[in-house]
Design a protein around this ligand. Structure first.
Ligand SMILES: Cc1cc2nc3c(=O)[nH]c(=O)nc-3n(C[C@H](O)[C@H](O)[C@H](O)COP(=O)(O)OP(=O)(O)OC[C@H]3O[C@@H](n4cnc5c(N)ncnc54)[C@H](O)[C@@H]3O)c2cc1C
Length: 418
């Protein structure tokens, strides 16, 4: 006999997306049960991201320029992309969809941009509402390029950003000087992005959302969900414990989402694109906001008591062993940029959950079961957590979503194989 919790909404996955969804639903007075195989925020990408509220990343990544010039981005040519040919072969359907999306970039930007542009203000409002404004700093971010090409690169970037409605201003020579001196560079150019922000600890942000949800009567249970099954208009959650029947489920399980959604006919072709981070405890920042070093493909964010530096787009299975060469090279880069960074030390690797068109999956499964999902938030899941949660709350309440979500329906990838 399954335990019956008809009025309960089970949210599966306590990363930043699931934690935000739980909070949005709990604040509307719903009975919410958050489930994860580990404590909130620790097991997935939400633990180790680099804290940037990336209100400038309004364009999905696939573009004709990347399609034809991707080799320039490969690690072996000094880039951040590691796509081994053996892995690419097994990914042909994903790559084909990525290629098709490259030619729909303008259209897909129209869908994504409204979610991304207000992200810093939205984060601010969310953290104010739960009494934790201390977790967010609205100091924008910087993009910096050293060397003779810097000015041209930044001018082109400023123009491209202006066309997308993203405000930037050139960084003054005075502000650039500490960075330039630290890196031993003769020339540099930079842009400051006023509408981005950063969180000073991504794990604490997830914990703050979860704590606030629990204060609004949500619960958290550590549970590995084996599978989900439709039972008429209810959904059964199968695990090592006795089956549980609930009226509504929201799947926010990052890389674990594809298998959970398949029984509902939904195909979520998620790729794991891994990134690494290393930390510099006690290190003061050169500028008081995240700095993107464009040529070095490295982002350094000031966090609580430390700096966190991140890089790489490694196409590898989520559970594959970490490649020790990458954090070692990242430490070397960070040292070259003038930071005091030990050549060896701890590092972290995690998977960005990515759908081939780089749009998230937000919607409801077809059929009578109330099965919702919020998956595939690629490089900007932290950025998009509050708006995604608001959209899911709209869908669960059967209100017209505050922004159009049709483009995020997973049915764009066809049905899952039975
Ligand atoms: C190096 C790096 C840097 C990044 N930097 C940024 C950044 O600066 N800004 C930004 O906006 N984004 C950034 N991102 C992306 C961002 O971290 C992700 O998009 C986001 O964390 C995804 O959140 P999520 O909740 O969907 O997934 P996750 O955080 O991966 O959470 C999924 C959760 O589901 C649980 N789960 C899965 N399957 C099951 C199951 N069967 N049963 C129970 N639990 C399950 C997992 O344990 C996990 O806790 C970065 C990512 C990386 C890797």
């Amino acid at each position: 006999m399954a335990m019956d919790e008809q009025d309960t909404i089970a949210v599966i996955g306590a990363g930043v997306i699931g934690a935000a969804v739980t909070l949005a639903l709990a604040r509307e007075g719903r009975r919410v049960m958050l489930l994860d195989r580990a404590a909130p925020g620790v097991a997935g990408a939400s633990f180790g991201n680099v804290g940037h509220i990336a209100a400038e990343l309004v364009q999905p990544l696939p573009s004709p320029a990347l399609l034809f010039g991707f080799w320039r981005e490969l690690v072996r040519f000094g880039g951040a992309l590691d796509l081994p040919p053996s892995r690419a072969l097994g990914m042909l359907p994903w790559i084909t969809r990525f290629a098709a999306a490259a030619f729909r970039r303008a259209e897909n930007t129209q869908h994504l941009a409204p979610l991304v542009l207000p992200a810093a203000a939205q984060w601010s409002a969310w953290l104010e509402a739960i009494g934790r404004p201390d977790l967010l700093r609205r100091q924008g971010h910087y993009e910096i390029e050293f060397g003779a090409r810097g000015h041209a690169v930044m001018q082109a970037q400023a123009l491209a950003m202006a066309q997308l409605g993203v405000k930037t201003r050139p960084v003054s020579a005075e502000e650039l000087l500490p960075l330039q001196k630290a890196a031993g560079a003769d020339m540099s150019a930079g842009l400051w992005f006023e509408n981005s922000a950063h969180v000073i600890d991504p794990l604490h942000a997830v914990q703050a959302f979860t704590d606030a949800a629990i204060a609004s009567h949500a619960t958290f249970t550590e549970l590995e969900v084996r599978s989900l099954r439709a039972r008429g208009d209810k959904i059964e959650i199968l695990s090592e414990r006795e089956p549980l029947q609930v009226g509504t489920v929201v799947v926010c399980a990052g890389m674990g989402s594809e298998a959970l959604l398949a029984p509902f006919g939904l195909h979520a072709p998620l790729q794991s694109v891994r990134g690494y981070h290393v930390e510099l405890p006690g290190h003061a920042p050169f500028l008081d906001a995240p700095v993107v070093y464009t040529r070095e493909h490295t982002l350094v964010t000031p966090m609580d008591g430390r700096l966190r530096a991140s890089s790489y787009m490694e196409f590898a299975a989520a559970d594959a062993p970490a490649d020790p060469r990458k954090p070692a090279a990242l430490r070397k880069t960070v040292r070259k940029l003038g930071y005091a960074c030990d050549p060896e030390g701890a590092s972290w690797v995690g998977s960005r959950p990515i759908l081939p068109d780089y749009l998230p999956g937000i919607g409801r499964a077809p059929g009578p079961a109330k099965l919702f999902y919020a998956v595939g938030h690629q490089h900007i899941g932290l950025t998009l957590a509050p708006i995604t949660a608001e959209l899911v709350a709209d869908l669960v309440a059967e209100r017209t979503p505050r922004l159009p979500v049709a483009a995020f329906d997973l049915q764009r990838f066809g049905a899952a194989a039975p």
